[in-house]
Design a binder for this molecule. Sequence first.
Ligand SMILES: [Mg+2]
Length: 404
Amino acid sequence: MKITAADVIVTCPGRNYVTLKITTEDGLVGWGDATLNGRELAVASYLRDHVCPLLIGRNATRITDTWQYLYRGAYWRRGPVTMTAIAAVDVALWDILGKISGLPVYRLLGGAAREGVTVYGHANGSTIEELLTDVAHYRDQGYRAIRVQAAVPGLDSTYGIGGKSAGHTYEPADGEQPTENVWDTAAYLDFVPKMVAAVRDEFGPTVRLLHDVHHRLSPIEAGQLGKSLEPYRMFWIEDSTPAEDQSAFRTIRQHTTTPLAVGEVFNSVYDCNQLITERLIDYIRTSVSHTGGITHLRDVFALANVYGVRSGSHGAGDLSPVSFASALHLDMAIPNFGIQEYMGHLDPWREVFSVGYTMHDGLMHPGDAPGLGVELDEQAAARYPYQPQYLPVNRLTDGSMWDW
Ligand SMILES: [Mg+2]
């Protein structure tokens, strides 16, 4: 079945999303998410100018061959732009294969290995009291795992303290420039154990608690944080140091038994092979849409399975519903699933995307429609044109640039 068209749709129904639409000679349509938060148009151009022309006439069912063709054939391999573009093609072809076969993608991947996908929600507050109220809100909705973030006293802004489904503050503060935040490591390290202790005290020993450091600590500081949180038995601390330094996790591991998760900015198995094979982390957080699609992320999770590392995929609102659905299909089928982030999407996303995934009692299911179970309304998408938006940047209190 030949591919006859490949089109890129950029739309902003609450947030910018880049979506690839692949059409076959039989009129089947497959969707792939190509969103790279804050650098969206780079991937749109990569697809339109360099990838879409290569797809026309190819057999839509030769997914592995197309993946290899785009990865090896580019010569300039890896990197977020390239791997996000390849992911969009890959996911769209899995969607088409599901529609051809009449099966949901998770059944093509080996079938359900669990009843549903355990997801964690984002609780936050400008004070600990507000955070406790928000944790109760998620618990009452049935969530079995909750990420906890609260504003660090003395700082004007703290990562993770934002709108309910927005999570991140990313609106331009001054024209089209990114918002600038200020970071104080000492204040943070003093505050977080108090915050987690308050949540544990209020909600008891069994709710799974997660926390995202967002790449801000040195390895030894991350070790200190992990050790200080050991009494509260966290499910994980996430992204405790800048993720590109894999050997940093040796130092963290030497100093704490708090489980470690990292990987939302990774693009290939080569970003995390040391982390996995040396068992330096407990959860690998790579996402479908930034790691070369279902085909490559399945390889990452297979390697992780050999070493007892479990999945914990990124699922923030910067991934479109197409990406989130593809994550749920893969989560359903792999043996070493750990947990899945679920942040939801900003209104009016439902005008543009229709989805088949559902949530019940803290578990999500991708649905049983053929393919991914997600469709995009192009006329609705056209009503919400692209808007330039950046993620914030971060500085220390002395003005030094820091990791956001
Ligand atoms: Mg994160």
